[in-house]
Write a protein that binds this ligand. Structure first.
Ligand code: KG4
Ligand code: ZN
Length: 342
């Protein structure tokens, strides 16, 4: 006898990616991500343009996700959607659409916290892509994105304990700002990662002294800028001729505090199931360094497949499926929220 799993349509519109996924339980049937490239020319996300672009892209993205899965809309059992945190205008587009869809289908609405979705992406199963083990609770998750840098104990699907976080900029933001100093395109993280492959970390920067399990990235930009100014006096074409070395140096400087934080958090909690989540968890230096640490320290390491590191709707479906199993349905009067504290 085969068990029928609920068919979930998941929607993510918290920032500049319009994404829709279809899942049966944790099994991903399709995961379509439409990235709004229009922001590149502005060097960052322009909120008004993002919400307008979501409005244009959402329906075609839903159609494409359904088509890839071979589903008709009427087979959908539940609609999962990012409720927040994120850009309010962008969230509103996805959330209002999800509410009306759930209403018209008579299906439950599953409200999802964007960062929790990043952390629960480890439960996704996609034959051929993720057949790796899934973590058991509790696990320690380093959540690193454009807006967050946190060490979190994931006690259960709905119980997250933040042990420490950045006191100012997020590490993804620091990657993007550093890339801007080097006149690289937005988002800068993947570009720095790629260029760093052929460089050496020759340059060093002052690292702030921070209390245990906390991070600070706002000063690093100034420190990088000072090093650049000093170097350009000696080697005027340094920023182009030594570009890959700058990228490698910046990458090492940004990743180092994360590795120290993870080790300290694991030591403090005694948890050795370690997971990475969020856009910056795509970073190759971070992934490799964690693999080295894992073999040295006996960690069970869970690295998300690349397609589930940056924003995607499949992870929203994973969080939604947990909520579905526990019948935590969202009310039709629930609203999108830029911040999720209250
Ligand atoms: O999770 P995400 O897609 O969106 C947010 O919720 O913020 O993360 C985006 C961030 C950007 O700052 C981007 O530069 C960074 O993730 N990022 C990377 C890499 N890929 C994406 N940073 C470093 N190395 C990468 N390979
Ligand atoms: Zn994200």
């Amino acid at each position: 006898m085969t068990m029928t799993l609920p068919r979930i349509l998941a929607i993510e519109t918290s920032c500049d990616d319009t994404s829709v996924a279809t899942l049966e339980g944790f099994q991903v049937r399709s995961n379509v991500v439409y990235t709004q490239v229009l922001h590149e020319q502005y060097g960052g996300v322009v909120p008004e343009l993002a919400s307008r672009a979501h409005m244009e892209a959402l329906v075609p993205t839903v159609d494409s996700a359904l088509k890839k899965a071979g589903w008709a809309l009427k087979v959908v059992d539940a609609v999962a959607v990012t409720q927040g945190p994120g850009l309010l205008g962008s969230l509103l587009v996805g959330h209002s659409y999800a509410k009306s869809l759930a209403l018209s289908l008579g299906a439950p609405l599953l409200n999802v916290h964007h960062m929790e979705a990043h952390m629960l992406a480890h439960f996704l199963v996609e034959p051929g892509i993720q057949e790796t083990a899934i973590p058991g609770f509790p696990y320690l998750c380093l959540t690193v994105s454009g807006g967050h840098t946190q060490l979190v104990v994931v006690h259960d699907w709905n119980r997250f304990e933040v042990l420490g976080e950045t006191q100012d900029d997020a590490v993804g933001e620091a990657f993007d700002k550093a890339a801007k100093l080097l006149s690289l395109s937005y988002p800068g993280g993947p570009v720095i990662d790629r260029l760093a492959q052929s460089g050496k970390p020759l340059f060093t920067f002052a690292q702030p002294q921070m209390p245990a399990l906390t991070f600070s990235y706002s000063g690093l930009k100034t420190s990088v800028m000072r090093s650049m100014q000093a170097r350009v006096k000696e080697v005027p074409a340094s920023l182009t001729d030594e570009l890959s070395d700058w990228c490698a140096s910046i990458q090492v400087a940004l990743v180092q505090p994360l590795l120290e934080g993870l080790q300290a958090a694991s030591l403090q909690t005694g948890i050795t199931r370690i997971a990475l989540a969020g856009g910056v968890s795509a970073n190759s230096h971070l992934r490799q360094s964690c693999q080295t640490l894992a073999s040295e320290l006996g960690w069970d390491l869970y690295l998300p497949p690349f397609s589930y590191t940056t924003d995607n709707a499949a992870m929203v479906g994973a969080a939604g499926y947990f909520a579905f199993q526990h019948q935590r349905y969202g009310s039709m009067s629930s609203a999108a929220k830029a911040k999720m504290h209250d």
